[in-house]
Design a protein around this ligand. Structure first.
Ligand SMILES: [Zn+2]
Length: 584
């Protein structure tokens, strides 16, 4: 809580504020415009500092409009502000702030406590990834959204992701083959870097230094590839996936197809392609005629197999053709999908180059989009399923959060779940390492947080683990928060997190809070796909009543193990993952 010292101070401060803001045209914060909405928060003055209250309706509105999200740490001492592309951690009256994992000089300070939090508007505007443009002649301050980051994922189909602090408005132009130009209006470029390269894909940011200056992102695609726009994973994101251009030209040398199997198992039809290497593929389903066409660019086979005549089966009239698209081989499969059936694609674990088309009753499959592209991963574990590091959150001197309803500590719940998960995974053939197997700190009691967390990452990094999973229980100050959330940070964490998402939540009798991108230390500093699972809230009466039951903790372990297998076997292209639209 901030109290302005006395009446005289207030008047003096007001005078000072009038002089600086009006007479010299400086930024004023009690009249701001963002996305055509005028916001008039109450600004109070403490000494030289102008402050706004985080509970002020105009401040709440600003946070909403900019898609920002605030969260307090369990101790109530640190405020996390999540803006698209900018995550900052603020501590009361601290001259520094942690932004995307780096400590910098804070552009303003935060005072008070968790109930009444006052913050300098410049700090809040920075945290929300906006820029204040001072008006002339005492008019309102314009808040400009920023294009915050451009990133290129390193996958079979590299994707360029563009994030901004407001919904993106843009036009697309293709002045020449292989060049895509996105033009954004009313955005300021926030980054330092302007050139991004991943393989033969390049992205360049031009302009956007000043309000009103055009901002362009120019994408140079690999030869004979095209880009497809789709919404990003988060609000205010745009993703451009690179795909072989309309002729479905394969990149790289041709891949041989060794054989094709056709199987009927428990009412499902399976067509299994065994290629020498992981493959890219596209599909198109015509709902009227129920014809499904799959194309595998760059894939050759010596003798296409005979047609699949299977009248009455989910898949019938299947035939294979070897086509030639401007000198590039394309293997095409065409088949009829029976009414009431849907399809999905996956690969067989430990069969490098395998791709399975599965048909099953519509009721048992999430329907795929009618058109899409994907690629197999070709995962093969050496001597078994792979190496998993399980990190039981907290331990020893750090108890984590606490359930006052049941008198249990987070460190004990996480260790129990971790031990159960280890048992289940080992039974399935995984090699499992735990960061701790008893109630202890991984380093030593009282070690600094950072050292403790780095030690947990080191366990996984040092042995080159395939996956890292950190298990936690959540808590909220209000006691209202509930449900499971799965946290990820690096690009390669996302697919892993996505496979775990449906495993807990409703399935273990608590709510589902979905996936969240958070720059947690153990996610940032591990060199393999990693997730942090907040199983449920120990501070919530119902959630904690679930967590204290051994059979629920066993269920959590089994469901998480199921998610790991699903991730490793690569169930591709579930609905919503390949929302593609042709670029115009
Ligand atoms: Zn925790």
């Amino acid at each position: 809580m901030i109290v302005v010292s006395n009446r005289t101070g207030k008047i003096l401060a007001l005078l000072l504020w009038c002089l600086t803001s009006q007479a010299f045209g400086q930024t004023i914060y009690d009249r701001m415009i963002f996305q055509n909405q005028e916001l008039t928060p109450a600004v109070s003055q403490q000494g030289p500092r102008a402050l706004v209250n985080l509970q002020d309706p105009a401040v709440r509105r600003l946070i909403d409009l900019s898609s920002g999200r605030l969260r307090w740490s369990t101790t109530g001492q640190t405020l996390f502000v999540y803006a698209p592309g900018r995550e900052s951690f603020w501590t009361f009256n601290s001259p520094t702030v942690t932004v995307n994992g780096q400590d910098i000089t804070a552009p303003g300070r935060m005072f008070g406590d968790q109930t009444t939090t006052m913050i300098e508007p410049a700090a809040l505007i920075y945290a929300l990834c906006l820029r204040a443009v001072p008006s002339t002649a005492g008019g309102p301050t314009q808040l400009m959204p920023m294009l915050h980051s451009v990133s290129i994922s390193n996958e079979a189909y590299p994707t360029v992701t563009i994030r901004a602090s407001a919904p993106l408005t843009y036009t697309v132009e293709k002045p020449e083959a292989g060049l895509v130009v996105l033009k954004f209006t009313d955005l300021i470029w926030a980054g330092e870097e302007r050139n991004y390269v991943q393989g033969s894909l390049k992205a360049e940011v031009i302009g956007g230094s000043l309000p009103g200056e055009a901002l362009e992102v120019r994408l140079q695609l690999p030869p004979a590839w095209d880009g497809q726009l789709k919404p990003g994973t988060f609000k205010n994101e745009l993703a451009i996936t690179t795909v072989p251009s309309s002729q479905l030209v394969g990149a790289g040398p041709p891949v041989g197809l060794q054989r094709i199997d056709y199987r009927r198992a428990e009412g499902d039809d399976l067509v299994i392609f065994y290629a020498e290497e992981p493959v890219r593929f596209s599909w198109e389903f015509e709902p009227g005629t129920r014809q499904l066409v799959m194309e595998l660019p760059g894939v050759t086979m010596d003798t296409p197999p005979s047609p699949l005549e299977a009248p009455g089966n989910p898949l019938s009239a299947g035939r294979f053709e070897q086509l030639d698209a401007d000198g590039i081989p394309v293997l095409r499969f065409t088949g009829q999908v029976a009414p009431g059936y849907a399809f999905e694609f996956f690969e067989i674990e430990n069969a490098r180059g395998s791709l399975v088309l599965r048909l099953a009753p519509e009721t048992s499959l999430t329907r795929l989009d009618n058109k899409g592209t994907a690629a197999t991963r070709g995962y093969v574990a050496a001597g078994g399923r792979g190496v998993v590091v399980i990190d039981a959150g907290h331990g020893g001197g750090d108890p984590g959060c606490y359930s006052r309803h049941h008198g249990v500590y987070e460190k004990d719940v996480t260790l129990d779940i971790a031990r159960r998960l280890k048992t289940v995974l080992e039974r399935q053939g995984w090699k499992v390492l735990m960061t701790r197997e008893t109630d202890r700190d991984v380093t030593y009691a009282g070690s600094p947080d950072k050292m403790e967390l780095q030690a947990r990452c080191d366990v996984a990094n040092d042995i080159g683990a395939d996956l890292f999973i950190s298990i936690h229980c959540n808590a909220s100050a209000s006691g209202q928060g509930n449900g499971t959330s799965i946290h990820w940070y690096k690009e390669e964490d996302y697919e892993f997190a996505r496979n775990l998402e449906p495993m807990l939540g409703e399935a273990i009798g608590v709510g589902n809070q979905g996936l969240r991108r958070d720059s947690f230390y153990v996610l940032r500093h591990t060199r393999m796909p990693a997730v942090l699972v907040e199983t449920a809230y120990l501070s919530h009466p119902h959630d904690s009543s679930r967590l204290v039951q051994p059979q629920v903790r066993q269920l959590i372990a089994e469901r998480l193990a199921g998610g790991l297998v699903q991730y490793m076997s690569g169930r591709y292209a579930r609905a919503g993952n390949y929302r593609q639209q042709p670029m115009r």
